[in-house]
Design a protein around this ligand. Sequence first.
Ligand code: ADP
Ligand code: AMP
Length: 215
Amino acid sequence: MINLLIMGKPGAGKGTQASRLLEHYQLTHISTGDIYREEMAKDSEIGKLAKEYIGKGELVPDDITNDIVKEVLHKQDYPKGFMLDGFPRTKAQAVALDKMMDELGITLTSVINVDVDDSVLLERMAGRRVCSNCGATYHIHFHPPVKDCVCDLCGHPLIQREDDLEESVLNRLKIYNEKTKPLLDYYKKKGLLFVVNGDMPKDKVFRIITQKLGD
Ligand code: ADP
Ligand code: AMP
């Protein structure tokens, strides 16, 4: 069983690498951002609540996010392991995750930090487009769809995330630096941190990660 955590600033390429790694190691994807986007699309109670924070680039409160992850982990629907993407984002979430994993008798295999400079991130997020149906991620220059504005996988229209607009992006970066960045040290001290330079073509980033984790 391989249990991974993928970290990085917003737009670093976590989702892009996660989707390749999931396929490669047959892992279950646990993305709190995706869960919130699904809930918002359903207009559920959690979705309505999350929308207030997400649109502004703020974090959804820890207790709500922790409960969601706890429920998913307790289902134990990850035969080959899981990939956590976008969680934990605060120290309180990291401590809660340790507790959840202790209860289940499981451990993290590795924490991958996709490291990218802020100047690169702004360009990546400004050009990011996502499928309105399946959530697949594209970039207008670095990973364009075959047909303009249409998903290669399911044919639905591509949209720009509301939180990828400049004001929200700057706020997300600020929050990342304040709340999430300290977690790198938390996992370094546990001997779990692996840093990969994310400012390279995505295939190369993927190769470096799989070389580290092994086949
Ligand atoms: P995150 O999940 O960390 O927020 P994404 O995986 O959605 O980031 O990537 C952000 C944007 O950058 C997307 O438009 C994606 O297509 C693009 N991207 C991801 N990795 C790379 C890369 N190595 N080089 C160039 N563009 C990339
Ligand atoms: P992401 O797709 O991971 O960039 O997440 C999009 C947005 O969802 C974030 O900017 C937050 O508003 C919210 N979100 C996702 N994961 C978390 C989390 N672990 N804690 C709090 N808010 C989160």
